[in-house]
Design a protein around this ligand. Structure first.
Ligand code: SF4
Length: 221
C-alpha cells in the first residue's frame, strides 16, 4: 500500500508520538503548541543544522543540510537536519560529482543521549525515507547531541524499522479517526511542553477542542 501525498504525516511527529501519544495528537491533530525553554533552544539548534541550501564537500564526503525527504510506503514527509553522502563502491551517483555515494542521516538534538529510543526512532524513519528515495540501503546514521557536542552512531536494525512501521500505522489510524488519546499521567508530564494545555492531573481529559467547545457552550447557555 502507498499513501497519497495529502495523507502524509510529519516525520518529526514520531518523536512526539514516542514521547506521548496524546502529546502527538494535541500537536498534530488539534494544532495545540506551547513553547518552553526546551522547544525554543531545540528549534535554534535545528535552524543552525538546517542552514538551507548549503552543500559542501569535505574529503570524500558530500554534506547537505535540510534535505526534504518523504516515503510513500510510510506516508510521511519532513527534512533531515544533515545528510552525509559518503563515498562507497556500490553507491548511487550524484549529478556533478565523481564516484558513488551512500546517504548517512544525522539528526541534531540539543540535549544529551536519552534512556528512551525517541531520537533513534526519528533517525530510523529518515533512513527509511532515504532508502525509498534513492533505492539504496541505509544501514546506519547518527544522532548529534548539542549538550555534549558528540555524535552517536546508530545501526538501523530490523527491530527499529519494524517499530517505526508499526508506530506510523497507528498514527495514520488515529489521524484518520481524529482521535486524541486520553491522559495517562507519567513522570514525562513534568517535562512536557503541553502540560498547561493537556492538564494531566485532571486525569480524564480527552480532546482539548472538545473541552473548549463544551465549556464555551456551557458559559453561553
Ligand atoms: S502532559 Fe503528560 S499526558 Fe499530557 S501530553 Fe504531556 S506527556 Fe502527554
Amino acid at each position: 500500500m502507498e499513501y497519497r501525498e495529502e495523507e502524509y504525516l510529519m516525520l518529526s511527529g514520531i518523536q512526539h508520538y514516542a514521547f506521548c501519544k496524546r502529546q502527538w495528537a494535541l500537536i498534530h491533530l488539534e494544532q495545540q503548541w506551547q513553547e518552553n525553554v526546551h522547544t525554543v533552544s531545540g528549534e535554534l539548534l535545528h535552524r543552525k543544522a538546517h542552514d538551507k541550501f548549503s552543500f559542501e564537500k569535505r574529503n570524500d564526503v558530500l554534506i547537505t543540510r535540510g534535505l526534504p525527504v518523504h516515503s510513500r510506503e510510510l506516508g510521511i514527509s519532513g527534512e533531515c537536519d544533515v545528510v552525509e553522502f559518503c563515498c562507497v563502491e556500490d553507491g548511487i551517483t550524484i549529478f556533478g560529482h565523481k564516484g558513488n555515494y551512500r546517504p548517512f542521516p544525522i539528526e541534531y538534538k540539543k540535549g544529551k543521549p536519552k534512556t528512551s529510543e525517541i531520537d533513534i526512532l526519528q533517525l530510523a524513519a529518515q533512513a527509511l525515507c532515504l532508502e525509498e528515495m534513492f533505492s539504496i540501503d541505509v544501514p546506519s546514521g547518527a544522532v548529534y547531541y548539542g549538550e555534549i557536542r558528540k555524535r552517536e552512531n546508530i545501526e538501523i536494525t530490523a527491530e527499529l524499522r519494524e517499530q517505526v512501521r508499526k508506530m506510523l500505522t497507528e498514527m495514520h489510524e488515529l489521524f484518520q479517526r481524529g482521535y486524541t488519546p486520553r491522559v495517562k499521567w507519567s513522570k514525562a508530564c513534568n517535562a512536557c511542553s503541553l502540560k498547561d494545555i493537556c492538564l494531566p492531573k485532571l486525569g480524564k481529559a480527552g480532546s482539548v477542542s472538545h473541552y473548549i467547545d463544551t465549556h464555551i457552550r456551557e458559559e453561553t447557555l
